[in-house]
Every structure is written in C-alpha cells, then in structure tokens.
Design a protein around this ligand. Structure first.
Ligand code: GLU
Length: 279
C-alpha cells in the first residue's frame, strides 16, 4: 500500500513537471490571440516594494503586479499563466520592441521621448519625483541643496534625466541599474540622497529592515504618469488595456490595490488619472 502511494505520487509529480515544461515557453505570448490558452510574459520591477517586488518565497507583489494581473485577466489570462520578467528602467523599451514581453507595468512614466520607441496605455497612476535622505540628515530640504551633494538615481529613468537637465545639474550624480543599489549607498553614506518617484521611495522607507533609517523630503519635483508600455503601433492591445484600466477603476479594484499596496507605507496617493493614451 505504501509503495503504491509513493509510486502514484512520483507519477503525479512527473506529469506535473512535464506539464510545466510544456507550458513554460519563454516568448512574450504563446497564445497569440490574447484570448487565453497560453502564457503571457509581463515586465515588472523585482526590487520596488509596494510596486513590483519578488519576495523571498518567489512570489510577486505590488501595485504594478496587481494592475498587470487585472489587465491580463481582462485579456483572457489567469494569474497562473503570467510569466514575470524583470524590467530594469533602462531596458524597458528594448524588452518591448524585441518582443521579450507583451507589455510592461513597471513605474513606467509616459514621456514623448519613450513614445518614439513604444506606445503606452493609461496612465493608471500619478506619482511625483522626490528625495529620500537619511533620517538624521537635515541638510537637504530643497532641490537646490543637492548641488553640493552626492545623489543617486537609476540609468534610463526620468528621475536621473530630470536631475541632469533641470533639477540639480551640478549635483554629483551616481547612476545605478536599480534603486535598491542606491538604497544601499544611502545607508552606508556613499551617497547623500536617492531621487525617484515618491511612490517608490515610500515603499523603501516603510520596509521593516529600513524603518527609522530614511525619510522622504516631501517635494513634488515632477509629474510621473505611469503607463503600460506596449509595442509601437499595437493599437488593438492599447485599447484593450485602456478598457481594462477603466474597468479596474470603476469596479473598485484600483482603489483596493492602492490601499493594499501603498497603505502600509502611509503613501498619500493621487486620484486615478484620466486615460489619455490612444485617444
Ligand atoms: N517613473 C520614472 C521612470 O519611468 C522613475 C521610476 C523608474 O525608473 O521606474 O523612469
């Protein structure tokens, strides 16, 4: 009896692993019609608590994850059919153009420059650029204070570009591949401030391991309208995603996701923005 059970379990495991292999394609969309049946690959951040985070147990959490999951569902994909692909700031346009992802939901601001290469649906969220400093540092209270400071941001982000072009051109700017690297630098005093969207900074400040270490300065240095990036010219996908975002707001799921993901960080969010892309 015991032996029989073990054999059955082994057989079941084999079937499961075979099924997983058969479905585990790496392309952006194995079911081409977008109405179910296959897998869908979606680009998110892996290191931004509150927005897109790969947790130690290998699951994914955050507002962008919830938005992406909702949109995928409207396109005909269950949560289990989503393959998450890490999409660092500087790689988002390439991942989309190359077809490595079907779309990107990764604190991805809609800009004219990016729209030369990709299209967006949305926006679905409005954030503002701010500064994160060490909790005991009172020397940085306004953007002008940055000109004699070491500042960290991420390559390919609007945050870094804004600093260089207008906010603090004389600041000593270090650009990293991801915000979590900047956070380490801020903690060990390699840099004096980290700048990016307040939505991202609030998530870091609220993390258990960082509590009491950092504070947001509370500046609104820019408007960052988050869009869902997709292949240029795919107007069909763009309007389907816009319809999903509209539904997410009207059925209360948007607010629920905001509360669940930003509530713990005490982040005061802006209301849902009006959809402007594709119309
Ligand atoms: N929202 C800004 C951007 O799209 C900064 C956040 C990020 O790098 O993802 O560049």
């Amino acid at each position: 009896m015991k032996l029989h059970k073990a054999t059955a379990a082994a057989a079941a495991a084999l079937v499961l692993s075979l099924t997983a292999t058969a479905c585990g394609g790496d392309s952006a969309d194995d079911g081409d019609s977008g109405d179910g049946g296959g897998k869908i690959t979606i680009g998110i951040k892996f290191d931004q608590p509150g927005l897109g985070l790969k947790t130690p147990d290998g699951t994914f959490a955050g507002f962008d994850v919830d938005v992406a999951t909702y949109v995928a569902k409207e396109l005909g994909y269950d949560a289990k059919d989503i393959v998450w692909k890490e999409s660092p700031s500087a790689e988002r346009e390439n991942l989309i153009s190359n077809g490595d992802v079907k779309f990107v939901v990764a604190s991805y601001s809609i800009t004219d420059e990016r729209k030369q290469k990709v299209d967006f649906a949305g926006p679905y969220f409005l954030a503002h650029q701010d500064l994160l400093v060490r909790a005991d540092d009172s020397s940085i209270t306004k953007v002008e204070d940055l000109n004699s400071k070491k500042l960290c941001s991420v390559t390919g982000s609007t945050s870094a570009q804004n600093v260089k072009e207008k906010l603090a051109p004389k600041a000593d700017l270090l650009e990293n591949g991801g915000y979590s690297e900047c956070l380490t630098g801020l903690e060990n005093k390699a840099v004096d401030a980290l700048t990016t969207d307040n939505s991202i900074l609030a998530g870091y400040a609220a993390q258990k391991e960082h509590q009491g270490k950092f504070k947001l300065v509370g500046l609104k240095l820019s408007d960052e309208n988050y869009g869902i990036g997709l292949k240029k010219g795919d107007t069909e996908l763009q309007s389907k995603i816009n319809a999903a975002l509209t539904k997410m707001e009207s059925d209360g799921s948007w607010q629920k996701a905001v509360t669940a993901n930003f509530g713990p960080a005490n982040y005061e969010n802006e209301p849902a923005p009006k959809i402007t892309e594709g119309s």
